[in-house]
Design a protein around this ligand. Structure first.
Ligand SMILES: CC(C)(COP(=O)(O)OP(=O)(O)OC[C@H]1O[C@@H](n2cnc3c(N)ncnc32)[C@H](O)[C@@H]1OP(=O)(O)O)[C@@H](O)C(=O)NCCC(=O)NCCS
Length: 203
């Protein structure tokens, strides 16, 4: 696929419920997105990056959507809104894309608390991996997780990611540099199967 192909929407056809769609964030999502972020501030803040110098640049929602689309058209990210039964529930992003001889990227995800605990993140991440290692043309996707984040660790465990090791003081979160555990999947790990099928594999 050409890196600049965007927008992309993925209807997650894994036979599971609730229904799941990954699609670009739109300007018309503003009020739903802002309400979701506001209602989940405490739930999300332990896991979200903070600016090391404390400077928060506010571009507004329109500027945020424009910058996502611009970077997506350039092939540097694949930023999906997660829709659960037609309702905006969170986001799953492929970012930090390196092509050349690396062909690698990182995945990140969050949901509103009321959408959690039903397998949504596992299914959304599986769909993102299939897209990233399929049409998007990467060879490897990694996920970096704070050791304390049991819910996120369960998501990569569901999909049998390989653990690669610990990155010390890797990312600035909640005002300090935090260690992260790195997990990855490559095309070779999938062996031609949809990623979601790894969920119920033994081990
Ligand atoms: C991480 C997150 C996306 C997971 O979403 P989700 O849709 O609930 O994930 P799933 O339902 O696919 O799997 C979550 C697993 O974690 C488990 N879990 C959730 N909270 C837990 C807790 N506090 N303690 C132990 N296990 C927990 C669930 O039971 C489930 O495991 P199981 O299916 O084996 O029972 C969601 O919790 C979230 O948005 N957290 C805040 C943002 C964040 O941490 N993002 C990731 C940064 S690396």
């Amino acid at each position: 696929m050409s890196p600049g192909r965007w927008p992309v929407s993925l209807r997650v056809a894994d036979g599971l419920t609730p229904s799941l769609v990954l699609r670009p964030l739109h300007r018309r999502d503003q009020s739903a997105w802002e309400a979701l972020r506001r209602d989940n501030t405490a739930y999300l803040s332990r896991w979200e990056p903070t600016p090391p110098d404390g400077t928060i640049v506010r571009t507004g929602f329109g500027g945020y959507v424009r910058s996502l689309n611009r970077d997506a058209r350039a092939g540097n990210i694949a930023p999906f809104a997660v829709e659960v039964d037609g309702e905006l529930a969170g986001q799953v992003h492929l970012f930090g894309v390196m092509r050349g001889s690396l062909l690698s990227g990182a995945a990140g995800y969050w949901l509103g608390e009321r959408f959690a605990g039903q397998g949504v993140a596992t299914r959304a991440l599986a769909a993102l991996i299939d897209y990233a290692l399929g049409p998007f043309g990467l060879h490897r996707v990694e996920v970096n997780i704070r050791p304390e984040n049991v819910a996120s660790l369960a998501v990569v465990a569901h999909l049998k990611f390989r653990e690669e090791g610990v990155r010390e003081r890797y990312l600035h979160i909640e005002g300090d540099w935090r260690d992260h555990r790195t997990f990855a999947l490559t095309v070779d790990d999938l062996g031609g199967l949809p990623t979601i099928e790894r969920w119920h594999l033994p081990g």
